[in-house]
Design a binder for this molecule. Structure first.
Ligand code: ZN
Length: 251
């Protein structure tokens, strides 16, 4: 099986389309989406439709749930809140209903999907510390836990027998092709594919992951897309200009 793992699309249809086009020749069996399909970008409805069309298994992110009153707008800064109010007004009843029905977690074969952390999925904490990673992997009942939310790609291997982090990879060069062990008794893996629609690691290209179970490899992929077009749509929509600016340098 080959899984495409996408997260934090954030209404950026240019980036999502580029990623799906790049993966199209690669025989992807299943698309997994870790939330925040909407918010920030100018085409939230079209992004929901694209993911639905490819049969993606999707969990809810803080932006998705805030659109339908299931997560408080008080948690967002001024720019994010303005974008959320705009997004909510763009979406149809059916699209809002689709967001309302997103689960906080999902399990697909050997993968558990969550936007923030597994300990408190409903709080949407940023998983940035080793302790949080170990807590999440201890709560995880499958070989891999796939997370998003930080917009930063990451691969972490936890050795359950020795109770230590065996590998932590965050640098682009280390993430291109990562072997893993298919032994859930010995290992647990935490994988963040980075953000499709609003990368924040200094590389403006869209980020996604491919998990290949036959080769036992994870690939974090970067895909160039038409940043200028996405920026133009954000400005034309009257969304905060900062949301367009930041796409240029991926910060
Ligand atoms: Zn996000």
């Amino acid at each position: 099986m080959r899984y495409a793992v996408l997260s934090d699309v954030h209404g950026n249809l240019e980036a999502l389309t580029a990623v799906l086009d790049a993966l199209a020749p690669e025989r992807i069996d299943r698309c997994l989406c870790l939330g925040d399909v909407v918010g920030y970008g100018a085409e939230p409805g079209a992004c929901l439709a694209r993911l639905e069309a490819c049969g993606a298994v999707t969990v809810g992110g803080n932006h998705d749930l805030a659109c339908v009153g299931k997560f408080s707008l008080d948690w967002f800064n001024e720019v994010a809140r303005a974008a959320l109010l705009w997004t909510r007004d763009q979406l149809s009843f059916a699209e809002l209903d689709a967001l309302r029905r997103l689960p906080l977690t999902a399990a697909v074969e050997f993968c558990t999907l969550v936007h923030g952390t597994l300990r408190h999925p409903e709080r949407f904490e940023y998983l940035v510390e080793a302790g949080q990673a170990i807590d999440t992997l201890t709560a995880c009942r499958t070989l891999m836990c796939l997370v998003g939310h930080t917009h930063l790609p990451l691969f972490l291997e936890y050795d359950r027998r020795e109770r230590r982090i065996a590998r932590l990879l965050t640098r682009a060069g280390d993430l291109a092709q990562i072997p893993f062990t298919d032994d859930p008794e010995a290992m647990r893996y935490l994988i963040n594919p980075g953000s499709v629609g609003q990368p924040r690691d200094g590389d403006p290209r869209a980020s996604c992951a491919v998990i290949d179970t036959a080769r036992r490899e994870v690939h974090i992929r970067r895909v160039p897309y038409d940043v200028a077009a996405a920026q133009r749509k954000i400005r034309q929509a009257g969304l905060p200009g900062f949301l367009a600016d930041r796409l240029a340098d991926g910060r």
